[in-house]
Design a protein around this ligand. Structure first.
Ligand SMILES: C[S@@+](CC[C@H](N)C(=O)[O-])C[C@H]1O[C@@H](n2cnc3c(N)ncnc32)[C@H](O)[C@@H]1O
Length: 486
């Protein structure tokens, strides 16, 4: 076969040439290079298509699109002015949206004294959502069909399509995230050039489906919205950007921008006055700052095992809290600690947030730099569920009786989400006599449905998952609330 080769002149004087067999910047090489973001997309196409079925196309489209933010008003800055200026741009206070929904739900309840109101609301909501979804999926299918040919020639997704699946090992479509099913998820193993896939699928076996233990579940009907928390968002389909935050008279910023999904783990914590709150994996610090805006915790401990990332928390605090060192650190209200969350001990907390390192799905689809799907980070990626489980187990041990732990990720992976909660509870059950209740927030989360699409008990066993969608492009955010009862 004719071999195409190129020469590179290495010396101007001697006019020597080096003969490349494969020139590194040749178009055919560049075209074939699979970047970490491509790898991430291939991985998600393989895995999530089978988990979320027809919803996957819409989630995928949203995650590849523009992420939506909310603005958390800084109560320690020029808050009133900030709220007024945001309202002038058409931003809405989330508290108002939630309470409008609550009012509507109550009204429906009254009208339907036989208490079928919830079913009715859910059904109407689902019907509406389905109509919108069908339209979006139709559009997504059309654009995917146009985009496909070139890149998919060498994608894993296309090779998997051709590959034979061991159908006994695929997730049961009827109950896609049943514990047994997610533990058994195992893609076809005979895939050339994808060696990392094999150890990864082996890794899923650690979630032994044979082990049975009882888990207490309890429905929760209320998701209290702290009085002092003011969070602004744009309504469905409004893709406006918030202006950059501004410094006020005390030189601190007036609001903090964060993914809307990130507020739910903090709301789920149900912070109360006087709480001692540990943010076990806190950097860059958005959720710690959000917890402080409620005015409830007496002490906030922002921990992170990475010193450089902990310095980012310090910097966020300094930008949002006036006289941070004097008023917050020296008074002991905020502590910044640089420890491995797996071995924090001795202290007791009433509230712990375990917002673990994960595959950061949205980020992994956009940034090649430091991407968790880089070949050099395979081992780290495969070890994530183990690390996540150890962090959660330690939080469950640390929290006081009656206290609350919220476990959260920004991944759609059932392994890193319900899977980790499952193994952590199993370990606690085997090793201690502690008891926990998993809170089913589905009824309480109804009030958030004008802002978020949340997958609940139909798709998940323990927690809740904010699903990104083009009209409200937040998340993914998984969160699970656990309360220690013994
Ligand atoms: C998803 S980020 C946390 C985001 C943060 N909660 C927020 O909302 O801004 C996960 C963090 O966990 C930290 N981390 C990783 N391993 C850890 C460990 N063993 N103990 C404590 N923190 C850890 C990482 O350095 C990273 O900053």
């Amino acid at each position: 076969m004719f071999s195409y080769s190129v020469f590179k002149r290495v010396s101007q004087k001697t006019k020597q040439f080096v003969r490349y067999k494969h020139r590194p910047d040749h178009w055919s090489i560049l075209r074939k290079k699979i970047h970490p973001i491509d790898k991430a997309l291939n991985h998600m196409d393989d895995f999530y298509k089978q988990v979320f079925n027809e919803k996957w196309l819409r989630i995928r489209k949203a995650m590849l699109g523009k992420q939506k933010y909310v603005a958390v008003i800084n109560n320690f800055g020029d808050d009133t002015e900030a709220m007024q200026s945001l309202e002038l741009t058409g931003a809405l206070n989330m508290r108002t949206l939630f309470s409008l929904e609550q009012g509507y739900i109550k009204e429906e309840k009254l009208k339907n004294m036989n208490n079928k109101a919830m079913d009715k609301i859910l059904r109407l909501d689902e019907e509406l959502e389905q109509k919108i979804q069908n339209k979006i999926e139709k559009e997504a299918n059309e654009s995917a069909a146009q985009e496909k040919p070139t890149a998919s020639d060498f994608s894993l997704a296309s090779s998997l399509e051709k590959a034979k699946f061991d159908t006994r090992r695929l997730i049961d479509i009827k109950d896609p995230l049943s514990t047994e099913a997610l533990h058994e998820f195992l893609p076809a193993t005979e895939i050339k050039g994808r060696e990392d896939f094999i150890p990864e699928s082996n890794h899923y076996k650690m979630y032994d489906p044979e082990t049975h233990f009882s888990v207490k579940m309890e429905k929760e009907y209320d998701l209290p919205f702290p009085d002092h928390l003011n969070i602004y968002c744009y309504e469905r389909d409004n893709k406006s950007d918030f202006d950059s935050p501004k410094r006020g008279c005390t030189d601190v910023f007036n609001y903090y921008l964060m993914d809307g999904g990130s507020i739910l783990p903090i709301l789920a914590l149900d912070l109360r006055p006087g709480n001692r709150f540990l943010d076990m994996c806190s950097a860059p610090g958005g959720k710690s700052l959000l917890a402080l805006q409620t005015f409830f915790p007496d002490v906030v401990v922002s921990n992170d095992s990475s010193l450089s990332r902990l310095n980012r928390v310090r910097s966020v605090y300094s930008q949002f809290l006036y006289d941070f060192q004097e008023k917050w650190v020296k008074t002991g209200k905020i502590r910044l600690t640089n420890r491995d969350g797996r071995i924090i001990s001795e202290e007791e907390y009433d509230r712990i947030l375990v917002d673990v390192p994960c595959t950061t799905d949205r980020h992994s689809l956009h940034e090649n730099e430091n991407n968790i799907f880089k070949p050099s980070r395979i081992k780290e990626r495969l070890n994530l569920p183990e690390l996540q489980k150890e962090l959660l187990v330690n939080a469950l041990k640390l929290v006081e009786r009656g206290g609350i732990v919220v476990y959260s990720t920004c991944s759609l992976s059932p392994i890193q989400n319900d899977g980790v909660v499952h193994v952590a509870l199993k370990q606690i059950w085997e090793e201690t006599n502690m008891e926990f209740v998993v809170k089913d927030l589905s009824p309480a989360l109804l009030q958030t449905r004008s802002v978020f699409e949340i997958a609940g008990k139909g798709l998940l066993r323990y927690g809740h998952l904010v699903l990104p969608k083009p009209s409200q492009n937040y998340g993914p955010t998984y969160f699970c609330k656990l309360q220690k009862i013994k």
